[in-house]
Design a protein around this ligand. Structure first.
Ligand SMILES: Cc1ncc(COP(=O)(O)O)c(C=O)c1O
Ligand SMILES: [Zn+2]
Length: 405
């Protein structure tokens, strides 16, 4: 394995590759560091191409060993062109990254696969998390696949489809009377008491690295070239920040040439602490979420300030999308591409649209939109599209009716 330590993103203090959430000196987040000199010599396009058809083809760039037997492996999800939506948006080329094709229909399977691997290496038997919905399902399914126990903490009022999609795998679901931020605080406190692997607390350094694989896949699937713009939803900000990091690593390794893609971030207006911080050029200020995009409803985002920094140094932007547009955007995507993304995707498309309108995306740009979660888990947001025409089972009457219409 090429990871050598954990390094504090704030003060740079080095820590061993343990199950540990934050820097012992300053409580900052910890990122794995790698032996880049060796990796520059050993990681080649051919070596990656000869690997498994999953995130584990990039194991050299992850902080855990690839599993000997990869069960339910996520990644290498389809990248499909969306010419009709590109034309309506006014961009030359648009691609959709369908992370709905992962085992539990969201990108969270990537991050959980890496965190669970570390939990196993450390001999932990219970996987846990605080979740806005998708992570609970990913943790529960991974635990089921690996024969581990799962305990997840979710706001009690999440979408019933999301809770059911986690419950079926047999975890203990703790429905918390409060917001995601209450669940998160609770799981941080419990991580000091229990010998559990909390994927987004004491395994967070490993978990977050899983998101880099989206950047690796985009470059590989585009024939080892970089897109100009990638549109990404933001909750904690980890996905957005780590995708930016992933592109930087590919450039540093010489696997691609060019300039890092500009990252367009999306938040829902009812929970936009990162978009607000970007707009006002201030630090992220926590707020109480009130949004239809429940998967993005994090009022106190752990990586919010790092996401703002990523937006600045990639020349990107972060937009807040009006609540009323989220369901409309889900329908717009579905009706122009045949892809049903969840509320988070309605937000991502809204942010991309805003960026195009603001002139932040050139008309000749090659753009990727991340579809990070499945619309079947958030059907209420598009209930307005269900307007069936009630008819009798009578062909003559039907044809007459069509003529009249
Ligand atoms: C579907 C979906 N997209 C995007 C995100 C954002 O991820 P992050 O918390 O890494 O910003 C989430 C987080 O729960 C999600 O469920
Ligand atoms: Zn530190």
């Amino acid at each position: 394995m090429s990871a050598v330590s954990l390094s504090c993103r704030v003060c740079g203090t080095e820590h061993p590759l343990d199950v540990v959430g934050t820097c012992a000196q300053c409580f900052g987040p910890l990122d794995p560091t790698y032996d880049w000199e060796t990796l520059r010599l050993t990681v080649t396009r051919d070596r990656i191409a000869s690997g498994p058809s999953s995130i584990w083809r990039y194991a050299d760039l992850l902080p855990v060993e690839a599993p000997a037997e990869a069960r339910l492996a996520p990644g290498l999800t389809p990248l499909v062109p969306a010419p009709r939506l590109a034309a309506e948006l006014g961009v030359a080329e648009l691609w959709l990254k369908l992370d709905t094709a992962n085992p539990t229909h969201s990108f969270k399977d990537r991050v959980v696969a890496v965190a669970a691997r570390k939990a196993q290496e450390a001999g932990l038997e219970t996987l846990s998390c605080s979740s806005t919905g998708n992570l609970a399902g990913a943790v529960a399914a991974r635990a089921a696949a690996e024969g581990m126990s799962a305990a997840v903490f979710c706001p009690a009022d999440l979408e019933p489809e999301k809770l059911a999609a986690a419950a079926v795998y047999g975890p203990t679901i703790y429905a918390v009377d409060g917001t995601y931020d209450h669940c998160s605080r609770l799981s941080v406190e419990l991580s000091f008491e229990l010998d559990w692997g909390f994927v987004n607390v004491n395994l967070r350094s490993y978990y977050a690295e899983g998101s880099k694989t989206i950047a690796y896949e985009l470059a590989e699937q585009l024939g080892w070239t970089l897109p100009d713009v990638v549109a990404i939803p933001i909750a904690s900000g980890a996905l957005y920040h780590k995708v930016g990091q992933g592109f930087g690593e590919l450039l540093a390794l010489g696997l691609v040439d060019g300039t890092p893609p500009r990252l367009v971030g999306g938040q829902a207006e009812g929970c936009a602490p990162v978009a607000t911080a970007f707009r006002d050029e201030q630090a992220v200020a926590p707020m109480r979420p009130d949004t239809v995009a429940r998967s993005l409803a994090i009022g106190s985002p752990a990586d919010g300030d790092f996401a703002v920094a990523t937006a600045r140094h990639t020349g990107g932007a972060i937009h807040a999308v009006p609540e009323t547009e989220i369901g409309e955007n889900m329908a717009w995507l579905a009706q122009t591409t045949g892809v049903f993304g969840e509320t988070a995707t309605g937000v991502t498309l809204g942010a991309l649209h805003a960026a195009v309108e603001a002139g932040e995306v050139e008309r000749d740009a090659r753009v990727v939109l991340l579809v990070t979660g499945d619309g079947l888990k958030t059907p209420q947001a598009v209930a307005h599209t269900f307007t069936p025409v009630h008819i009798a089972a009578d062909a003559d009457a039907f044809v007459d009716g069509l003529v009249v219409a």
